[in-house]
Design a protein around this ligand. Structure first.
Ligand code: URA
Length: 199
């Protein structure tokens, strides 16, 4: 059953998507196949934030649909969260050529879209995937290890930092540490008093 708030959130998020999907504010607008807005529940408690779309995401217009996305889906299953219940997005909505790191000029143009998504969705927790996404959001050069060691604050929302699933595919020896991160994330989530639902 869908309540009034969820209904309004979904129409607002659909309007935002329609408004920004033709963006040409940075040069990536000219090289993309698809604008990758993000996917999931417009009233999600939890937002996952990656760096930028890769080739599969650019092709399909949805974040985390390639091999890294399949591993993210397995992680979500392992902590008994549904992909449709959370919201998944990237800092950059368009793919950088050859998957190079985002330029600060691109982040400057694109991050306001993420902030609007946060305004509408009102997540109680955010999880950034990978070193680059976290360094970009937090404006730091700290190591992934340092950033994983504590909870951050991104525009008023608790931000957790963990490995990028693509990094876990390259380094399976990091999976136990990632699993510890996700167990803590799930348990902290369940202790948030103002969460909207009981995942
Ligand atoms: N890597 C990311 O950071 N985001 C995606 O959407 C896919 C791969």
């Amino acid at each position: 059953e869908i309540n009034k708030e969820e209904w309004e959130n979904s129409s607002d998020i659909i309007s935002l998507k329609a408004q920004i999907s033709g963006c040409l504010k940075c040069p990536l607008g000219n090289t993309r196949t698809n604008f990758v807005f993000g996917v999931g529940n417009p009233d999600a408690d939890v937002m996952f934030i990656g760096e930028a779309p890769g080739a599969d995401e650019d092709e399909q217009g949805e974040p985390f649909v390639g091999r890294a996305g399949q591993l993210l889906n397995k992680i979500l299953q392992a902590i008994e969260w549904k992909r449709e219940e959370v919201f998944i997005a990237n800092i950059l909505k368009c793919r950088p050529p050859n998957n190079r790191d985002p330029l600060s000029s691109e982040v400057e143009q694109c991050e306001p879209y993420l902030l609007k998504q946060i305004d509408l969705i009102k997540p109680v927790m955010m999880i950034s995937l990978g070193r680059i996404a976290a360094q970009t959001l937090l404006r730091t050069k700290d190591s992934l290890t340092a950033m994983r060691s504590r909870v951050h604050n991104y525009h008023g929302v608790p931000l957790y930092v963990t490995f990028h699933p693509a990094a876990l595919l390259r380094n399976p020896n990091w999976k136990p540490a990632a699993w510890e991160d996700f167990k803590k994330i799930k348990s902290d989530y369940e202790n948030i008093p103002n969460r909207k639902r009981k995942h």
